[in-house]
Design a protein around this ligand. Sequence first.
Ligand SMILES: [Zn+2]
Length: 396
Amino acid sequence: MALTSGQLLDQVKRSIEEVTADQVKRGLQAGEIKHVVDVRERDEVMDGYIPGAHLIPRGFLELNIEEDVTMERDVPIVLYCAGGNRSALAARDLIAMGYTSVTSMIGGIKGWKDAGFSIEQDGLLSDDDLQRYSRHIILPEVGEQGQKKLLGGKVLLVGAGGLGCPTALYLAAAGVGTIGLVDADVVDRSNLQRQILFSEDMIGKPKVEAARERLLQLNPGITVNTHFELLTSVNAMQMLDGYDIIVNGCDNFPTRYLVNDAAVLSGKPVVDGSIFRFEGQATVYDSADGGPCYRCLYPEPPPPGEVPSCAEGGVLGILPGTIGMVQATEVVKLLVGMGTPLVGRMMLYDALDMKFRELKLRRNPDCPVCGDAPTVTELIDYEQFCGLPGHSEAAG
Ligand SMILES: [Zn+2]
């Protein structure tokens, strides 16, 4: 017997159970409904969906329901679509798979919105982003949700120099949605040996501006905030406020202590790197996660002049790339929430021997800033603390 689509729908709707948006809302609030499944196509879901809904297009429903939603056949599942027809057909198919408590929501998402209930938006990546980040998305550890976390990530790079440049370049490529750059220098010809964001035509330009231009060429979908100034005790807390993670690419002691103290006081992780000649090191200071901070290791700065800078000691141009890559990797891991962060561990790298080593770092209960009885409870004058006249430069 031939059926029109209208006749088929009538028949199917008589054979399944339908619920109203109001019933679904109450069921969700009471915890009686555990699973709501949106069976519309990706482009429809972009405009908004019921908060917490599983998003499985109709064509994949039978294939993905067990893995994405539940194997259990008697758990209540509500299906919905745009207006209530596709979800009715979908309900019939889940019942055929043995699901015993499947319902279809009358009126679909339109009925839900008409009832005045809230919807969730930006749940999915755009087609452009799906393409751009496809190699991330197919990694089960990242996936679309992980990529969304990267896009929602806010990372402040202190110093747009040897370390900041490669770190920023990879973070931009990875789709870290907001990158802040703080640096008060202009591009110099001697930077081009290693500061890979810059080119000959950018000499004389503020590094943060030149960097922003290059990062947006690579990925116009991100936001790059520029702070053409020194990080100081006056602006640090406010500056850190807008970011989740701090990347330290500054090798002078006042900035190192300032970044550390400001990060501990605001409970944010610092992904730290440093470089000298052919050797580099990297770690993640995260006192909020129980890890040590910089001051746990070095409560006091060395006497001025005892440790030469890269300008005095030189640096292999590739070295900050290697360490910056470690920093970028740690940032991405922290944002996505995957792997084991470099907290409580210092990675040491020797380029001449091509060797990586690792040191264990421990939190110091007597640490003046993150210890059990901290004596540093606000930012201090770090130039004076380090016995230096004030000027902060990016590493390398
Ligand atoms: Zn500490």
